[in-house]
Design a protein around this ligand. Structure first.
Ligand SMILES: C[S@@+](CC[C@H](N)C(=O)[O-])C[C@H]1O[C@@H](n2cnc3c(N)ncnc32)[C@H](O)[C@@H]1O
Length: 271
C-alpha cells in the first residue's frame, strides 16, 4: 500500500472510530454539566429529529480522508468521514451534488471516495452578488473568500483522476436551474447559506435532484438556529423521515419510491 493511501485510511479510521465516539461523549458530558448548573448552552440547541447511528446509514467501514485539517467553515472530521463513506456507497456513473463549496475540502473527499465514473458538482455563490434571500448573520467570511475550492485545486495537477471528477458551478442556490440534475444524484450535500429561507429552498432542490434510493445530507443541524428550525418544521409538517446522525450535526434522508408530489409543500421560490 502506498504511503498516501495509508495516511488517508488512517484519517478515515480516526474520524469515525476515535473522534466520533469521543466527541459524542464530550457533547453528552457538556449537556449534563450545563443541566446541573442550570445554564443553557447557546451552542447546543434543542433538537427534535430522531437519531440514527452513522453505521445504519452506510455499510462502508474503510474510509479515506484527505486534507484532514479543519478550517472555520468546514465540517468536522467525523462528519467528513461519514460523508466520505456515503460517497463510496454511490452507484457508479451517477452524480453527487454539493450546495456550498467553500474551500472544497468536502468536495475533494467526495471525489476521492466516490466510484470512478461519478461526477461531483459543487455550487457556490460568488462574493458581492445580490442574493434572492438574506444570508444568515455570521456566514459572510465563507462567501467572501478569494477562491472557491482551493483545497481541491491544489491537487489538480498531481491527482487529475480525482480532481477531474469535480465540476465547479457558480450561482445563487435559490435561483439556480437544477433541471439537468433532476433525479440523477446518489448523494446531495446541503451546506450553503444557513438562513431559514435558503434551507427550505435548498432542501426542495436537493430532494428533487436525488434519485430513488439516493441520500440527502444536511449540515449544521443543532448548530445554526435556522437550519435546526427549518428541518424540524419540515419533519413535523411532512414526516419525510429525516434523521439526525448521532454525535454529529448531519441530518440523513433516503429518497423513497413514493415521494412524487410531496415536495409541493416546500415553497418553490425559484421558478
Ligand atoms: C459552510 S460553507 C460550505 C462548507 C463546505 N461544504 C465544506 O464542507 O467545507 C457555506 C458555503 O455556502 C456558500 N453559499 C452561501 N450562500 C449561498 C447561496 N445562496 N448559493 C450558493 N452558495 C452559497 C458560501 O459561499 C460557502 O462557500
Amino acid at each position: 500500500m502506498d504511503r498516501i493511501l495509508a495516511k488517508q485510511l488512517y484519517w478515515g479510521y480516526y474520524a469515525t472510530r476515535i473522534y466520533l465516539p469521543l466527541s459524542g461523549l464530550s457533547r453528552h458530558w457538556r449537556r449534563f454539566l450545563r443541566h446541573i448548573k442550570g445554564k443553557p448552552d447557546r451552542f447546543l440547541q434543542h433538537t427534535q429529529l430522531p437519531e440514527i447511528s452513522w453505521k445504519d446509514c452506510t455499510t462502508r467501514r474503510s474510509i479515506k480522508i484527505w486534507e484532514h485539517e479543519k478550517e472555520n467553515g468546514n465540517v468536522r472530521i467525523s462528519e467528513l468521514g461519514i460523508l466520505s463513506a456515503l460517497a463510496a456507497d454511490c452507484r457508479d456513473n451517477t452524480n453527487l451534488f454539493e450546495i456550498g463549496t467553500f474551500d472544497g475540502r468536502t468536495t475533494l473527499n467526495l471525489a476521492l471516495n466516490a466510484p470512478a465514473q461519478c461526477t461531483i458538482y459543487t455550487l457556490d455563490l460568488l462574493p458581492d452578488r445580490e442574493t434572492v434571500f438574506s444570508l444568515a448573520k455570521g456566514e459572510e467570511h465563507m462567501v467572501d473568500k478569494p477562491k472557491s475550492g482551493s483545497r481541491y485545486e491544489r491537487h489538480r495537477v498531481t491527482y487529475p483522476a480525482v480532481v477531474g471528477k469535480i465540476h465547479q458551478l457558480f450561482g445563487d442556490s435559490a435561483a439556480f436551474d437544477y433541471t439537468p440534475y433532476k433525479n440523477s444524484c446518489s448523494l446531495v450535500f446541503v451546506d450553503g447559506s444557513h438562513s431559514y429561507d435558503y434551507v427550505m429552498s435548498d432542501t426542495r432542490a436537493a430532494m428533487e435532484m436525488t434519485s430513488v434510493g439516493g441520500v440527502v445530507i444536511w449540515h449544521d443541524y443543532g448548530v445554526w438556529e435556522d437550519v435546526t428550525r427549518a428541518l424540524d418544521v419540515l419533519e413535523q409538517r411532512e414526516g419525510y423521515g429525516l434523521r439526525s446522525i448521532s454525535g454529529t450535526s448531519l441530518v440523513y434522508w433516503k429518497k423513497p419510491k413514493e415521494l412524487t408530489g410531496v415536495l409541493d409543500h416546500i415553497p418553490d421560490t425559484h421558478r
